[in-house]
Ligand binder design. Structure first.
Ligand SMILES: [Zn+2]
Ligand SMILES: [Zn+2]
Length: 180
């Protein structure tokens, strides 16, 4: 078989966004919460400095052992006839991936770095990331609930906040365990 030309190799070679988001999705498979698998990475330049996923604190029973810890909350959504309230269930047993990433990385490594995360951060995570030294957040799946206020916060802080463009496909091994 003739070997691939450099141009052919470039065509199949993953760009950096795809490369790192694929890794974030593979990291998310470590999560034991059946409702949501989230993975997050800290990247400086092109160097991977940390990985994290959502989970219970170390040594504490996780969702697969103790079940999810469900709370119900009312959430405002824009419906056809104006805003409407919807009751939503959330699992609060886990520390979110972004928060675990902050717990397991050093401030000095975070200064000017990029966070890749499979899901758009919630308000609490976004608020913490905004104060963590990072300068860019790249996510894939949307999280509409907090999107407006998180977007405004990132703009105020001057943190680049972007969603991977249409056409990105997570690696098939990562599955799609998300319940909203
Ligand atoms: Zn759970
Ligand atoms: Zn969060």
């Amino acid at each position: 078989m003739p070997s691939a030309t450099p141009a052919q190799q470039d065509a199949v070679r993953k760009d950096w966004d795809t490369y790192f988001m694929d890794i974030a999705y593979m990291v998310s498979t470590r999560s034991r919460c059946s409702r949501r698998h989230v993975g997050a990475l800290l990247v400086q330049g092109k160097k991977l400095l940390g990985t994290a996923y959502n989970g219970a604190p170390m040594g504490v029973a996780d969702c697969s052992e103790a079940g999810c810890m469900i709370v119900e909350e009312w959430e405002q959504r824009s419906g056809e006839a104006g805003p409407e309230m919807i009751k939503k269930q959330r699992c609060i047993r886990t520390i979110h991936a972004e928060q675990n990433l902050l717990l397991f990385t050093d401030r000095i490594d975070r200064e000017g770095s990029t966070v890749y995360v499979t899901d758009q951060p919630c308000w609490t995570c976004a608020n913490m990331l905004a104060n963590s030294g990072i300068s860019e957040i790249v996510f894939h799946r949307a999280y509409p609930k907090d999107a407006d206020k998180v977007g405004r916060l990132m703009e105020q802080k001057g943190i680049v906040f972007r969603r991977l463009e249409e056409g990105y496909e997570p690696p098939p091994q990562a599955g799609l365990a998300v319940t909203d």
